[in-house]
Design a binder for this molecule. Structure first.
Ligand SMILES: Nc1ncnc2c1ncn2[C@@H]1O[C@H](COP(=O)(O)OP(=O)(O)OP(=O)(O)O)[C@@H](O)[C@H]1O
Length: 372
């Protein structure tokens, strides 16, 4: 079990990278603490697998260091790093039985037979594959094979970390949820550092205590699911987390606050000052659909006409066309099923506590009480 530290790490698949766009991973510093359950979340192509393969030793980074408990492991193989990795598709020996597949990593280490029997039984019970132990792996279904593959990753209790690269992709949707819960239980029981790569926010937040959100070769935020929801550090996190994502609206500073679609929204002096410090960069206001408040048209400076209403069972998502300038944006608001659906025109309020500002996509930090 280990703390994994990435120091000045960067990677390019080009032999002679010319600029930042040639890097699959931009220079980063990051720490995965010993015993943590982490997710690495981001869209396809953002660099998740590259980062995971660098941590495990399948790929040598073009710049920087990977440290396990303070010691550099650059140049060491995954075996020498003592790391287990579970991939998207099963990696198992088809001609062996399930039992022998699970026992293989322990036999390699010359563990005593009693210990092997004990661990194989424990892992098979946890993954609910005990009844398959004596079957040949080639006769299993895709789900079963992937469970065995996961079992091979979990069977050793002395690994520095277990890395999962979208391990549930081939698993039946019904089973996915149960397996995620199982992985969480296994983590709680064995306290092994686990990093779980996924592009699915639900998968990330059911498994992980903390999520690293990756975008364009960088970790743009590392936080609890709640922190990512309430306080996105980057517009990408606002957009990617949540369903639908945050409303991100272009604004410009004005005397009293900001202008949105030609309408002035007054802000507290501390907020205005914080925004002024960022100068003339591209400014956006971020508000999650959950926090948009609807009132009578006369009670708000911002007004909107109600468009499409999507009924999603326990809540509804409304499309609201803001009024004002010709290019006034469309925003989304979420209302609970017991709230009446307004029609025609509504007043729109952005509660100060939940309004965020982004300068060139980066959150403008406010001092205590400085949120608008
Ligand atoms: N072996 C390679 N050679 C060249 N470029 C590569 C190689 N592997 C990945 N890349 C590029 O590096 C970038 C990051 O890819 P990576 O596979 O790490 O992303 P990812 O977030 O894991 O995506 P996915 O979820 O689709 O696997 C992409 O632009 C990809 O095209």
């Amino acid at each position: 079990m280990a703390e994994i530290r990435l120091q000045q790490l960067a990677h390019s698949y080009h032999a002679n990278p010319a600029g930042p766009e040639d890097y699959a991973l931009r220079r980063m510093e990051h720490v995965w603490e010993q015993g943590g359950a982490y997710a690495l979340l981001g869209p396809s192509g953002c660099g998740k697998s590259t980062l995971l393969n660098i941590i495990s030793g399948l790929l040598e980074p073009s710049e920087g260091q990977v440290l396990y408990d303070g010691k550099s492991v650059n140049g060491l193989t995954p075996q020498q790093r003592n790391i287990a990795q579970v991939f998207q598709f099963p990696v198992i020996y088809d001609t062996m039985t399930v039992h022998d597949n699970l026992a293989f990593p322990l036999r390699n280490q010359r563990q005593p037979a009693a210990k092997i029997a004990e661990r194989v039984t424990e892992v098979a019970q946890t993954l609910e594959i005990e009844h398959l132990l004596h079957r040949k792996a080639r006769n299993l279904t895709a789900d079963e094979k992937q469970k065995v593959s996961m079992g091979r990753g979990l069977v050793r209790d002395d690994v520095a970390a277990i890395l999962f690269d979208e391990p549930l992709t081939v698993i039946d949707p019904q089973l996915k949820w149960r397996l995620r819960r199982k992985l969480k239980q296994i983590h709680e029981r064995f306290n092994i550092t686990m990093v779980y790569v996924t592009h699915d926010q639900l998968e990330a937040s059911t498994f992980a205590d903390k999520i690293a959100v990756m975008y364009d070769g960088q970790i743009v935020q590392f936080g609890t699911p709640r922190e990512l929801f309430e306080n996105p550090a980057h517009t990408f996190v606002g957009y990617f987390i949540g369903s639908p994502g945050m409303n991100l609206l272009a604004v410009t500073p004005s005397a009293e606050g900001v202008l949105l679609a030609g309408i002035e929204l007054p802000l507290a002096p501390a907020t205005r000052q914080a925004l002024a410090e960022w100068g003339a960069q591209r400014l956006m206001l971020g508000i999650r659909p959950e926090f948009v408040q609807l009132v009578a048209p006369g009670q708000a400076r911002l007004r909107a006409s109600v468009g499409l209403v999507q009924d999603l069972g326990t809540y509804r998502i409304l499309d609201l066309q803001l009024k004002g300038a010709v290019d006034a944006p469309l925003i989304k608001a979420r209302i609970e099923e017991d709230q009446a659906v307004p029609n025609g025109e509504v007043g729109v309020l952005f509660p100060e506590r939940w309004t965020r500002f982004y300068a060139d996509d980066v959150l403008v930090e406010m001092t205590e009480g400085g949120h608008p």
